[in-house]
Design a protein around this ligand. Structure first.
Ligand SMILES: Nc1nc2c(c(=O)[nH]1)N[C@H]1C(S)=C(S)[C@@H](COP(=O)(O)O)O[C@H]1N2
Ligand SMILES: [Mo]
Length: 431
């Protein structure tokens, strides 16, 4: 489980701030010959394609090793302003103010990898297998999926189960996500439900098991980095997609090209990237990161720092009600009135109201709230606020969902640092 906790990041480091990488072409850069340079995580095919040349001795290159000349930056190529939390595996989040768009552009969609990205992400020749407890096991190309099933486009929110972990006290090990392991892109694909219905779901099925083409960090081909699943009832809902496009283009290599699952409203880990196989099972899936304490929380509230026995952990299903302020940015200077805006979401539910406070929670005003662009999309909101006089203010945002659940002020602590849905606060200097 050591890899699970791997955490060699530089908190808060802004990728775009690095003079070694900003706007510089991958080929002309000579990276510092340190260990990190040799351990960058990117597929050789990706690198090969990026530089347009073959690597004659490629067979000798160990798994996970990326040629030094191409080391830095390729993992985040095509991404804009993301903060790199870890480079092996690649984990990068988006500062809240860069998540301001109603639909998240691909270049601002976070990246959460558990292993080494596949070397071959070509659409041609990619197959998806549906097997296990089905009447007709299937193996389909991406073209087969497109031809045999209705193709739909939906805006869907993906949030990592560990988003907000950085604020746990005592701290929880793992990627120190702050706010930005969440996004809502337009995904195009076919409904998982339609595919499973064609395969014929047998009566005794309880759970799915998802398999991707990425490799374990150790390079050991007998190990998988992650293989999770969902209860069959969730898999059969209308907004779970097998997606081959993101915002109208091929999937970004780091977001699962050429094929992935998108399971909105549940921990992002359910949304297998580089999807190769879905197996239906008569028992809850037990793949890597399904068991133990991975993506699980204690079945009951615990005091911060409690040592909870493993058998008392339960699998996280829907993600809780949450919101984000995307404008103004934390620390911004404004005049005595400003627009405030952001997004709100709640797994498998809709948002009923979004309130904001400028006086540390004493009084609240409700924001204008849009309907979701589709079932499973976050909801955009905005409000105009007036400040009585210049000075330091905080804007707090608090969403309430369709079941009346409201964001808390304090973290509901759990050992692995999941599900932090506390209110987002933005500090402003009002001039
Ligand atoms: N094959 C595979 N799928 C995966 C992962 C992974 O490491 N490998 N990470 C999961 C996790 S933990 C999250 S939060 C989401 C992140 O999706 P993104 O990188 O497109 O933002 O992908 C999920 N799917
Ligand atoms: Mo995640």
């Amino acid at each position: 489980m050591g890899y699970d906790d791997k955490n060699g990041q530089e908190p808060g480091k802004h990728f775009a701030d690095s003079p070694a990488t900003a706007g510089v072409d991958v080929l002309v850069r000579a990276p510092a010959p340190n260990r990190r340079s040799f351990l960058r995580n990117a597929g050789l095919m990706t690198v090969g394609a990026a530089v347009g040349m073959t690597i004659p001795f490629h067979r000798n290159i160990p798994p996970g090793f990326v040629p030094a000349a191409f080391a830095q930056g390729d993992a985040l190529s095509g991404k804009d302003g993301l903060s790199l939390l870890n480079d092996r595996p690649v984990n990068a989040e988006t500062p809240p103010e860069l998540l301001d768009d109603p639909i998240t552009p691909t270049n601002r969609h976070f990246i959460r990898n558990n292993g080494i990205v596949p070397e071959d992400m070509a659409t041609d020749g990619w197959t998806l297998t549906i097997d296990g407890l089905v009447d007709n096991p299937m193996e389909m190309s991406i073209a087969d999926l497109q031809n045999q099933f209705e193709v739909v486009t939906m805006a869907l929110t993906l949030e990592c189960g560990g988003n907000g972990r950085a604020f746990f006290d005592p701290p929880a090990s793992g990627n120190q996500w702050t706010y930005g392991a969440v996004a809502c892109a337009n995904w195009t694909g076919v409904r998982l439900k339609d595919v499973l219905e064609t395969a014929g779901v047998q009566d005794n099925v309880v759970y799915t098991a998802h398999y991707g083409a990425d490799a374990h960090l150790s390079g050991d081909p007998s190990k998988l980095p992650i293989s999770r699943g969902v209860p069959i009832a969730k898999a059969m809902t209308d907004n779970v997609l097998i997606a081959f496009q993101m915002n109208g283009e091929d999937l970004h290599p780091m977001n699962g090209a050429p094929l992935r699952l998108v399971v909105p409203g549940w921990p992002g880990s359910c949304s297998q990237k580089w999807l190769k196989r879905i197996q239906l099972r008569e028992v809850v899936h037990d793949g890597p990161k399904m068991t133990g304490t991975s993506y699980r929380v204690p079945a009951y509230p615990v005091a911060p720092g409690t040592d909870v026995p493993e058998e008392d952990f339960v699998i996280i299903e829907r993600m809780p009600v949450k919101s984000l302020i995307t404008f103004p940015a934390n620390g911004a200077e404004t005049g005595t009135s400003t627009e405030v805006r952001g997004h709100a979401w709640s797994g498998d539910r809709s948002i009923d109201r979004l309130d904001i406070s400028i006086d540390f929670g004493a009084t609240w005003q409700s924001a204008e709230l849009d309907a979701p662009a589709s079932d499973g999309a976050w909801q955009n909101w905005r409000a105009n606020v007036e400040f009585p006089q210049p000075g330091y203010y905080e804007i707090w945002a608090r969403a309430t969902d369709s079941e009346g659940e409201m964001q808390p002020f304090a973290i509901d602590w759990n050992p692995k640092g999941y599900l932090n849905n506390t209110m987002h606060r933005v500090g402003l200097k009002v001039a």
